[in-house]
Design a binder for this molecule. Structure first.
Ligand code: 4NP
Length: 157
């Protein structure tokens, strides 16, 4: 019988227009492949891009990998997210530090770095592709896909 697991995961980067929407897309795809029920969302630590769609380069790399993220809209992470989600996953160490500072006393969410869920890569950041070229976004996609696989494993365990 198929195991139904309902967990919720929030990915957080700086702008919520490059890395965390790609992580959101990758985990949605991985959950669908495995038949897992996971509630997935993403947010930014900054308020710079609230309401905007993902960066065109992020949309393009997602499409190249079969996922349309054009309807995603950026939002800023907030204290309530720490009780709403089971897991809050930071894309890099700055995001992690910002989230620790925001974490309220009654937080129930487990905070980790995305690559903590990839064997041999614990503690490592997903590099910010924003100031780079398209090739950087392919690396981001590969990294968030690995992270999504590890997370899906953790959740289905
Ligand atoms: P993200 O990338 O945190 O992966 O969404 C960035 C997006 C925007 C900026 C920096 C990083 N920015 O400086 O506007």
């Amino acid at each position: 019988m198929k195991k139904i697991v309902t967990k919720s995961v929030l990915f957080v980067c700086l702008g919520n227009i490059c890395r965390s929407p790609l992580a959101e897309a990758a985990l949605r795809a991985e959950a669908a492949r495995r038949g897992l029920e996971i509630e997935v969302d993403s947010a930014g630590t900054s308020d710079w891009h609230i309401g905007k769609a993902p960066d065109p380069r992020a949309q393009a790399v997602a499409l190249r990998n079969g996922v349309d993220i054009s309807s995603y809209g950026a939002r800023q992470v907030c204290a309530a997210d720490f009780t709403r989600f089971d897991h809050i996953i930071a894309l890099d160490t700055n995001n992690y530090a910002d989230l620790e500072a925001l974490r309220p006393d009654d937080a129930t969410a487990e905070l980790s770095l995305l690559l903590d869920h990839v064997p041999g890569r614990a503690g490592q950041p997903v590099a910010d592709p924003y100031y780079g070229d398209d090739a950087g976004f392919d690396i981001t996609w590969a990294e968030v896909t690995e992270g999504a696989k590890g997370l899906a494993e953790l959740i289905s365990r």
